[in-house]
Design a protein around this ligand. Structure first.
Ligand code: B12
Ligand code: SF4
Length: 523
C-alpha cells in the first residue's frame, strides 16, 4: 500500500502582525508534487485551520508521515507543536521538518517529537524519506539519506551533506487543488484579489551582510528552465503572480528567453518580482520589455541612502544607482516597493535623511525593515558574540522588530520608524504622489495606508512586549530553556551555517563538497 503523507503549513507565531498577503503553501504543494507517484498526499494549512481539526484529520487520514516546515525563526515553536500533536495522535507517525531555520540551525528542532530534519533542498530528500518509510515502516532508518539530521534514541545523527549546486533545477507540476479547501483565504489585500506565487530561481550570487538567502543557498544560484517557468506561470489559477525569487533578473539571457516564451504563448498575466537597483540601471531595456508582458511591480532592495551604509551592508550598489533605478522604474511605469533597512546605529538625523530621500524621489510605496540578525547567518553570530543581541525570543526575529542594541533609546527608535510609515501614507503624501508619480495607484496607496493604521496599535503592543522582555529577561536564568543556537556554548559547526562572511567563501559553484562524518549530538 502507498504511504500517506500529510503536509502541514504551520500557523504564524506570536508577535507576527498579519498584514501581508496570504499565499498558497507553496512548499507543501511542491513537496507533495515531488512524491505524488509514491504516496497519497494531503495538505493542511494550520494558518487557517484549528489544532482540533488537525487532530481530526490525522485520525481520519492516518498518515505515515507528517511533514512540516518553518518560514521564519519563530515558527520553530509552532512547527514543534504540530509534530507533538502528530506524535500524540499516533506515535508511529514519522515527523519530518525542513525550511531555512532547520537548514541553518537544525539543533533548534531537536526534540522528542522530531524524527527527521531536512537540511538543505527537500525535493529529492522527501522522495527518499517516503521510499524508505514505504519499505521499512515505522522503524525505518533514515540516516542513510543525505542532507538529514535523524533522531537516534536520545541523539541525532547527521548524514552526509546535500548542498545545493548552481545550475538548472526542475520542479514537477504542482497540483494546486490540494489546497482548494483553503482557497478563499488566499487573498492579497493590496490587489483586492487572490494572487499566486512561484519561484523561477533560487539563491543569489551576491553576499549582502544582512541577508540569509545566499547563506541558506550556500552561495549558489539555481534556476528553472524557461519552458518550465512559462508552463508554471500559464497554468497558475491566478492572473496576478508574485515571483518571489531572491534575484529574478540576474541572468539577462534567461530572463529574455522567459519573456520570449511568454509572448509566444500569449500569456496575459501581471507579475510582481524582485530586482537589484544596479540591474535596473544597467538593463533598463529588460524591464521595458517585461513591462509589456505584465511586470507591474518590483521589490527593490534599496536598503540605504548613503554609500557608507550600503558599503557596510556589502550591497555593492550606490546611492546614485538607487536614485537612477527609481527614476527608470517611474519612466517605465513599474511600481517600486523600495525596501529600506533601519540600522541600529541610526540617530534622528538618519531617519530624517531616509525620509528626505523618499520625498525627493517621490517614492510611493516604501517599506522599512529593522536590520535583523537572521538566526544562522554570519551577522547573527557576529552580533551574538559581540553581545549586541537584546532579544532572546525568536518570535521577534521576523524583520519587523529591532532585536539588537540601538544608539537611540528603543522607544524613540520605534517612534521614528512609525513616523516613517505615517509620513509615507499621510493624506499630504497621497495628494503629492497622485499629482506627480506616474506609478501612483490609488487603491494600493490607500490600502497600504489603511493596513498601516490597523497594524500600528498591534505592532506597538508587541514592541512594548519586546521592551518588557528586554528589561526583565535574565539570560543567566533562562539560558538552559532557550533554543540551542541562542545559548552561549552553541558553536556554528554545522555545514550550512558559518561564523563569518569570509568563512562562507565557498568552493566554485557546483564543485563537490567533502562528505561530513556522521556525528552524534545529544537531544
Ligand atoms: C515566498 C516568501 C514569502 C511569502 C510566503 C508565502 C507562503 N505561503 O509561504 C510571503 C510574501 C507571504 C512572505 C511573508 C513573510 N516572510 Co517570507 N519569504 C518568502 C521567500 C521569498 C521564499 C520562500 C519559499 O517559499 N521558497 C521556496 C521553497 C521551495 O524554498 P525553501 O523555503 O528554501 O524550501 C526548500 C528547503 O528549505 C526544503 N524544505 C522547506 N520546507 C521543507 C519541509 C520538509 C518536510 C522538507 C523535507 C524540506 C523542506 O525544501 C524546499 C525545496 O528545496 C523567502 C526567501 C527565500 N528565498 O527563502 C522569504 C523568507 C522565508 N521570508 C522571511 C520573512 C521574515 C517573512 C515575513 C516575516 C516578513 C514580514 N516581516 O512580514 C513574512 C512572514 C510570513 C509567515 N510567517 O508565513 C524571511 C525569513 C527569515 C528567517 N529565517 O527568519 C525569508 C528567508 C526572507 C528574508 N531573508 O528576508 N514570505
Ligand atoms: S542581492 Fe538580495 S538576495 Fe542577493 S544577497 Fe543581496 S539581499 Fe540577498
Amino acid at each position: 500500500m502507498r504511504p500517506k503523507v500529510l503536509f502541514v503549513q504551520p500557523d504564524y507565531y506570536r508577535y507576527f502582525v498579519q498584514y501581508l498577503p496570504n499565499y498558497e503553501p507553496l512548499v507543501c504543494l511542491l513537496l507533495a508534487a515531488c512524491v505524488k507517484d509514491l504516496a497519497e498526499c494531503r495538505v493542511f494549512d494550520r494558518r487557517f485551520d484549528s489544532e482540533r481539526n488537525l487532530r481530526k484529520v490525522i485520525r481520519e487520514f492516518q498518515p505515515d508521515i507528517v511533514a512540516t516546515r518553518t518560514h521564519t525563526a519563530g515558527e520553530i515553536f509552532t512547527a514543534l507543536r504540530i509534530m507533538k500533536v502528530a506524535k500524540e495522535e499516533d506515535a508511529a507517525i514519522t515527523t519530518v521538518i525542513g525550511g531555512q531555520h532547520p537548514t541553518l540551525l537544525p539543533e533548534d528542532l531537536f526534540a522528542s517529537q522530531t524524527d527527521v530534519i531536512c537540511i538543505g533542498p527537500g525535493e529529492e530528500a522527501i522522495r527518499e524519506i517516503v521510499q524508505t518509510r514505504a519499505e521499512y515502516g515505522a522503524s525505518a532508518d533514515y540516516s542513510g539519506i543525505a542532507g538529514l539530521a535523524v533522531r537516534w534514541g536520545e541523539h541525532y545523527i547527521f548524514s552526509p551533506a546535500r548542498p545545493p549546486c548552481s545550475g538548472t533545477i526542475s520542479w514537477p507540476t504542482i497540483d494546486h487543488s490540494l489546497a482548494d479547501s483553503y482557497r478563499k483565504h488566499y487573498f492579497n489585500t493590496f490587489h483586492a484579489k487572490p494572487v499566486g506565487f512561484t519561484l523561477t530561481s533560487m539563491g543569489c550570487p551576491y553576499r549582502c551582510k544582512f541577508c540569509s538567502l545566499w547563506v541558506a543557498a550556500r552561495g549558489t544560484y539555481r534556476r528553472r528552465s524557461p519552458e518550465e517557468i512559462v508552463e508554471d506561470l500559464a497554468g497558475q489559477p491566478y492572473d496576478f503572480i508574485h515571483i518571489t525569487d531572491d534575484n529574478t533578473f540576474h541572468n539577462e539571457a534567461h530572463a529574455m528567453e522567459v519573456l520570449r516564451l511568454l509572448r509566444k504563448r500569449n500569456v496575459k498575466k501581471q507579475y510582481l518580482a524582485y530586482a537589484r537597483a544596479d540591474t535596473i540601471v544597467s538593463k533598463p531595456h529588460l524591464f521595458e520589455a517585461w513591462k509589456e508582458v505584465g511586470l507591474a511591480e518590483l521589490v527593490v532592495g534599496m536598503e540605504a541612502c548613503t554609500d557608507g551604509h550600503l558599503d557596510f551592508l556589502n550591497k555593492r550598489t550606490s546611492e546614485d544607482e538607487n536614485v537612477r533605478a527609481h527614476r527608470e522604474l517611474e519612466r517605465i511605469g513599474i511600481r517600486n516597493w523600495a525596501h529600506f533597512i533601519v540600522m541600529p546605529d541610526f540617530e534622528v538625523k538618519d531617519f530624517d535623511r531616509i525620509w528626505n530621500f523618499i520625498e525627493e524621489l517621490n517614492i510611493c510605496y516604501p517599506i522599512f525593515v529593522p536590520l535583523t540578525p537572521i538566526p544562522g547567518t554570519p551577522l547573527f553570530f557576529e552580533a551574538k558574540d559581540r553581545g549586541d543581541l537584546t532579544t532572546y525570543d525568536y518570535g521577534f526575529y521576523n524583520l519587523m522588530y529591532m532585536t539588537m542594541k540601538t544608539r537611540l533609546p528603543k522607544r524613540v527608535f520605534y517612534r521614528k520608524m512609525m513616523e516613517l510609515y505615517a509620513k509615507s501614507s499621510s493624506a499630504w503624501t497621497l495628494r503629492k504622489r497622485r499629482r506627480t508619480s506616474p506609478t501612483y495607484d490609488d487603491h494600493i496607496f490607500r490600502t497600504r495606508a489603511r493596513m498601516g493604521h490597523r497594524m500600528i496599535p498591534r505592532y506597538m503592543m508587541n514592541a512594548l512586549r519586546q521592551l518588557w522582555h528586554e528589561k526583565w529577561f535574565s539570560y543567566d536564568e533562562a539560558e538552559a530553556d532557550l533554543p540551542p543556537s541562542l545559548r552561549r556554548d552553541y558553536k556554528p559547526v554545522n555545514y550550512y551555517n558559518a561564523p563569518t562572511v569570509a568563512a562562507m567563501e565557498l568552493p566554485e559553484a557546483g564543485a563537490a563538497e567533502p562528505e561530513r562524518e556522521r556525528v552524534l549530538v545529544g537531544v
